[in-house]
Design a protein around this ligand. Structure first.
Ligand SMILES: Nc1ncnc2c1ncn2[C@@H]1O[C@H](COP(=O)(O)OP(=O)(O)OP(=O)(O)O)[C@@H](O)[C@H]1O
Length: 762
């Protein structure tokens, strides 16, 4: 059998006669290899260098290799995730979507490619030859089988997914791509506008190199500058449109991000304030503030800026590749050969960086907490001359993050170097092959210029997309922590959400504590209170006394409902309503706690006094309670009076002044039940007297439970309850208890509750 092939040449001068013998050996009439028709060549190099879409098989080999490498990478990833299922639980959904999308796309592309190729081959009957045709048929059949197999296997993969999920039900899947994206659902319209302009801006990017090439060709071929000028004008207009669209794209995405992070921070903070006190016992302040500020920032970028970049560079990549295929198929295939290697390296690097980045952030958070602790307690640090110690602590922590940072720096350098080398190798290969095509007259210089520019766009898009992968992984990690905070339901309600809780109008300050036992959630091995039962009737003053650590403050915390008892019930009012059934906001308005440690906020004295009140409070009312609390005189002596700023935690006031403001704050609420923890910190005699006087005034006409440290307080109490090691060991009036020989109360009075109302240290 023999036939003549025209190949791709415009001239027919050197067209050889190609003979295909019955045993499929190919020869040419001039004795040379049939270089024009790569597909019929014995040599793979000829198949590449003399590539023709309708008769080479090099592209099929490339597509298969590309798919093979892609699947190896993807499925190794999947396997790693399945093995480390617990660790990667939150990523698996994102990965699964990506896997399905990529696999399906690659199957569809290869199937479409083989169909197009077969159609071309059948059309171009002059280049028809059995082996070549069989290869294309086989490729087509296998591509179809792969696609069908993939679709049939999906339900089984889903069942596998369910089995995986059942394997550990306790690990809740909180973060996935869908949920991550749902964060920006309120900004949908902004993102849609952004996406529209993104597509426009990507289109302007994609057409630019084409015009560059045209201008080069015009300059080489045209006699006048007319065409050059026209094309330059078109290019200029394209650039202007590009600039405008990128401005709108970047503005809208950034704005959407800012809005999202604003809402997110508000929701996280609001949910944080709803958590029970035990949550704050176990979570570090530095960690929470870090999540609020930096984790949300990472998410902002992921959900808006990174999505925009992903879209932009994907469009740029696909568009540029499509134009490159259109311009010169063989050159594009040469470039594609380098791509899988770059992807492989990028993914490995992405994994490493994700691990390093997480360690880096953790170390940095540790250092941040040390710094915060030191700065907020600077007075104590100074008092004990511990600056050096704190410096060492901080620098130890920062050094650890620096060590991780060093590794990060080396790895990014290495990654840059290796990918740079690979890219350079790819570019050189394309350049060589392109130059050869130009040299052989098969490609114009302008086309090669356009091609090279597209190649740079592709390389750039690849570089960004590979770094985006790492950013996404970081964001998924951060979102896991954010969703943790958003999903966390407080165990003790802070408000009556469904309007079903009690607001006992008849409450008179009376309270009944019955068989209460308690352990702190953070210290489950220590029984703090055991079977505590007592009652305070309306208008009574009951004093709790006992050795330090006995559980007195814990009882007050339970009545404030900072914690719920492990067993037993606290009843409020004459109708005995369980504390757990009462509206928490109502409770704060009727039961008030004046703590040992006065705690003020960094705002004005007036705002501090009004802290517990909703809405506007009349100035006369504020002055009235300030006078009752012996605070008015010193406030009046300040230049700014009630508008004086007290500084962070009230540092600009003395201990006694702070305490009196706290008492005024509680008096403004006018609680029926007052819980008082008498100050143990030493105040000077005058201050002490003023504070004591304020406390006594606060107790008048009120039901009071006081954790007493002064003899005068216990003497005046209607009843004294002695708490030791979490149990009530004695109770009665002062005179009764002091009579008991060997009684704990007597010992306590003799040893600790000093006569003469002097403040004592426990
Ligand atoms: N938030 C907490 N988490 C875990 N354990 C706590 C917490 N607060 C107090 N404890 C422990 O509970 C026990 C009782 O503490 P509590 O403060 O009620 O004692 P107290 O009688 O008021 O002591 P003091 O008179 O010294 O204030 C102590 O052993 C203490 O270590």
């Amino acid at each position: 059998m023999s036939f003549q092939s025209k190949g791709d040449h415009d001239t027919d001068d050197d067209v050889p006669i190609i003979n295909i013998t019955d045993d499929n050996v190919i020869t040419t009439s001039n004795g040379n290899m049939p270089v024009e028709n790569g597909g019929r060549s014995h040599s793979l190099v000829d198949d590449i260098t003399h590539y023709r879409f309708s008769s080479s098989i090099f592209d099929l080999v490339s597509v298969s290799t590309f798919k093979f490498v892609l699947f190896i990478i993807l499925y190794t990833e999947l396997e790693t995730r399945v093995i480390f299922q617990l660790y990667y639980q939150s990523y698996s959904s994102l990965l699964r979507y990506l896997l399905i999308l990529l696999t399906l796309t690659s199957h569809l592309i290869s199937l479409a490619y083989s169909i197009v190729k077969l159609l071309f081959v059948l059309k171009n009957t002059s280049s028809l030859q059995p082996i070549y045709l069989s290869i294309v048929y086989i490729f087509l059949v296998f591509s179809s089988l792969e696609l069908i197999g993939f679709i049939i296997l999906q339900p089984y993969l889903n069942r596998l997914k369910l089995i995986e999920e059942k394997r550990d039900l306790s690990v809740k899947k909180k973060a996935d791509l869908k949920r991550l994206l749902s964060l920006s659902k309120n900004e949908r319209s902004l993102i849609a506008i952004g996406t529209f302009f993104l597509i426009l801006s990507a289109a302007t990017q994609i057409v630019q190199p084409y015009y560059f090439g045209k201008i080069v060709d015009n300059a080489l071929k045209s006699r006048t500058m007319k065409e050059v000028n026209t094309n330059l004008l078109i290019l200029f207009i394209i650039n202007c449109v590009g600039a405008l669209t990128s401005f709108i794209r970047s503005w809208t995405f950034e704005l959407a991000g800012q809005r999202m992070v604003y809402r997110l921070r508000k929701s996280i903070f609001s949910n944080l304030t709803k958590q029970e006190i035990a949550f704050f016992d176990e979570t570090r302040t530095g960690e929470l503030t870090n999540r609020l500020s930096s984790d949300t920032q990472v998410l902002q970028n992921a959900v808006t800026v990174n999505i925009s970049m992903l879209l932009r560079f994907s469009l740029q990549l696909i568009g540029s590749l499509a134009v490159m295929f259109y311009l010169e198929v063989s050159l594009t295939l040469v470039l594609m050969a380098v791509v899988p290697v770059v992807i492989l390296i990028s993914m490995q690097y992405g994994k490493l960086v994700r691990k390093l980045r997480k360690t880096f952030q953790d170390e940095l958070a540790n250092a941040g907490t040390t710094a915060e602790e030191c700065i907020s307690n600077m007075r104590t640090v100074r008092m004990f001359g511990s600056e050096r110690k704190m410096n060492i602590n901080y620098s130890d922590n920062v050094y650890k993050s620096y060590l991780v940072g060093k590794k990060l720096a080396f790895n990014s350098g290495l990654f840059m170097g290796v990918t740079g080398l690979l890219t350079a190798a790819g570019i050189s290969a394309v350049l060589w092959y392109g130059a050869k095509l130009v040299h052989d007259g098969k490609l114009s210089a302008g086309l090669l210029t356009s091609f090279l520019m597209y190649m740079l766009q592709v390389a750039l898009a690849f570089a960004f997309l590979s770094s985006l992968y790492g950013d996404f992984m970081q964001a998924v990690g951060a979102s896991e922590r954010i969703f943790d905070l958003l999903d966390k339901k407080g165990k003790i309600p802070t408000e009556d959400e469904h309007g079903q809780m009690a607001k006992p109008h008849e409450f008179d300050g009376s309270i009944r504590v019955q068989d209460v036992c308690f352990k702190y959630p953070t210290r489950q091995d220590q029984q703090v209170l055991t079977n505590i039962s007592f009652e305070i009737k309306h208008g009574q003053k009951v004093a709790l006394v006992g050795p330090s650590g006995g559980g007195k403050s814990t009882i007050a915390s339970l009545i404030e409902r900072f914690y719920d008892p492990t067993s037993g019930v606290i009843y409020l009012g004459p109708t005995s309503i369980p504390l757990t059934d009462v509206d928490p906001l109502w409770l704060r308005e009727h039961v008030s706690f004046v703590n040992q440690e006065p705690c003020l906020f960094a705002c004005s004295i007036k705002d501090n006094i009004c802290f517990g009140k909703q809405g506007e409070v009349a100035m006369e009312e504020i002055i009235r309670v300030a006078k009752q609390a012996n605070a008015h005189d010193f406030i009046d002596s300040f230049d700014q009076k009630y508008d004086t700023l007290v500084g962070e935690r009230g540092v600009r006031l003395s201990g006694g002044q702070k305490q009196r403001i706290c008492i005024a704050r509680s008096l403004l609420i006018n609680p029926q039940l007052l819980l008082l923890d008498e100050a143990t910190s030493a105040l000077d005699a005058e201050s002490e007297h003023l504070v004591q006087e304020a406390i006594e005034r606060a107790m008048i006409d009120r039901t009071v439970l006081v954790i007493a440290h002064r003899l005068s307080t216990v003497r005046n109490a209607n009843r004294v309850i002695v708490i030791d090691k979490g149990c009530i060991v004695e109770q009665g009036v002062h005179e009764e208890l002091i009579e008991k020989d060997e009684g704990i109360y007597k010992k306590l009075v003799l040893r600790q509750l000093m006569p003469g109302d002097a403040p004592t240290k426990k």
